[in-house]
Design a binder for this molecule. Sequence first.
Ligand SMILES: Nc1ncnc2c1ncn2[C@@H]1O[C@H](COP(=O)(O)OP(=O)(O)OP(=O)(O)O)[C@@H](O)[C@H]1O
Ligand SMILES: [Mg+2]
Length: 405
Amino acid sequence: MGELEALNETTVKDYLAQRGLAERLGGGAEDWVAEPITDGNVNLLFRVKNPHAGRSLIVKQALGYAWRYPDFKMPKGRLAIEHAVLQVAAEHAPEQVPEVYFFSPEDAVLVMEDLNRHREMRAALREGTRFPRAAEHLGRYMARTLFYTSDLYLPSGEKKARAAELVNPVLRKVQEDLVFTQPFMEHPNNRYSPPLEPLVREIYADDGLRAEVHELKERYMTQAQALIHNDLHTGSILANEEETKVVDPEFAFFGPMGHDLGTYLGNLALAYAAYEAHAANGEEKRAFRDWLLESLIETWRVFEREFLAAWEKDVQREEWSSDRYRERYLKRLLQDAAGFGAAEMFRRLIGMAHVSDFWSIEDEDERAAAESLGLDIARAWIASWRALERPEDLAALVRAGRVLL
Ligand SMILES: Nc1ncnc2c1ncn2[C@@H]1O[C@H](COP(=O)(O)OP(=O)(O)OP(=O)(O)O)[C@@H](O)[C@H]1O
Ligand SMILES: [Mg+2]
């Protein structure tokens, strides 16, 4: 069989029928409607519905390049990595991921549950929507997926075999460049709102800041601590009042746990900064921001509680018997989270991949003002990441942030 071509609205239906997935939707291809989902940049996604039966599913196909930027080559094997992570999560945090119905490594096609009752968390936060259970769900998701893929739990040989299977060099290099290198130097990929120019100049000239970022980059490149999602931002989370689901783990590899924690917490801080321009009034702004920071603290608390519970129950005790080490481990994770969270904030504000929290703010001066607040918070996190003791310290640094323009 030849290589599967890029699917379209017609062929995706035939594909499902040929692969025995008709039963999921009911009826046959002639009863279904397929529509492309064009929110992402990398893969082809379709929602295929049977309107008569009220059923639907999602088809995700990886091509040998990024769908929106065909010159950007990317190995199709990234979808096998996504599938492997979804399997791990299905075992340890099944409520936090979509159910997988079908996967073909040859075709690089994944068929999964349609999370159509959920909203992209980033878009909803922009409008001031609260997610009362997100902290509980994401704290637990991170604790369990990270603990159970670390050396604390997995036998040494098995962990190394898994890490060797899921190396993901091409997508990691993308993150090394876009998160840890380019935002801190003059680079053609970088974009920023023009009023930020003086601040960006300061950042490019700041060797002390680059030294801290290099520390984080070194950890990112060398520390195979656990199987991390590696792109756990609020655009990879689909949620509603009751449920929280993590999608799109194609960047995953065995890396530092603090990167997942920091990416998520950093994106809450970005939502806080962007709310400068989205709030209807002062009271609304204060109340929503209070919620964001409570949620940030609670996410860490749940993470810590669940991580310690997993440790208590399932650590390889003969390998890791020290109580003091366990305390240190958790403290180091909080500190790493602050460092990685800051790197994530910088890259979303002045690097290549911007986020709708800010680009949806039409007025350039208002946008730059909100972005300058984000930069101030990022600088505060990275200036003190090694000294942080509690999640309240992180929240306090967010609260102390200033609009710099
Ligand atoms: N299981 C799902 N149910 C409903 N919608 C989904 C599902 N998976 C993805 N989506 C939607 O499709 C969008 C793109 O999905 P995803 O992020 O997996 O694709 P991608 O091409 O890898 O995107 P990116 O450029 O962000 O890496 C998501 O933001 C979400 O809106
Ligand atoms: Mg993706």
